[in-house]
Ligand binder design. Structure first.
Ligand code: 5GP
Length: 122
């Protein structure tokens, strides 16, 4: 079943400028901004500007230019925040109901600034 994209999701509204955000970096195809409910001292969300629902949707259907831009932007965010090279970070991407995805627009969480502990909560 193909993905259907909800253009009223909160990140689509952020991309349209309808809701403010604390931008870390903006590139041609990517926006990175601080999470509104940070789960670590550093908690940045990296999102493509295109209408993709999940990681697999983006990886399967985005153009090579979008995919490169997204990953270069994420790397630049790590460099700007001084977490890589350095003390490190964790990236997470939740997808669908079992992934507990809240916002149906693909996003990469970058978490840092403390020891993250076990990969999954218990
Ligand atoms: P998910 O559970 O979908 O992987 O994560 C969604 C994330 O988006 C959550 O960490 C949540 O705090 C964040 N979030 C939800 N609404 C907003 C918002 O309006 N602004 C920002 N900056 N983050 C948001």
């Amino acid at each position: 079943m193909p993905y259907s994209y909800d253009s009223q999701n909160i990140f689509a509204r952020i991309l349209r400028g309808e809701i403010p955000n604390k931008t870390v970096l903006e590139t041609a195809h990517t926006l990175a901004f601080h999470d509104i409910r940070p789960q670590a001292p550093v908690h940045v969300l990296v999102i493509p500007k295109g209408a993709y629902v999940t990681f697999d949707h983006f990886a399967a259907e985005a153009s090579a230019e979008e995919i490169t831009d997204f990953h270069r932007a994420a790397a630049e965010v790590c460099r700007m925040l001084d977490i890589a090279p350095g003390s490190g970070y964790r990236t997470i991407s939740n997808a669908g109901s079992h992934g507990c995805q809240e916002v149906p627009h693909y996003h990469l969480h970058i978490l840092a600034g403390k020891i993250m502990g076990p990969m999954l909560g218990h």
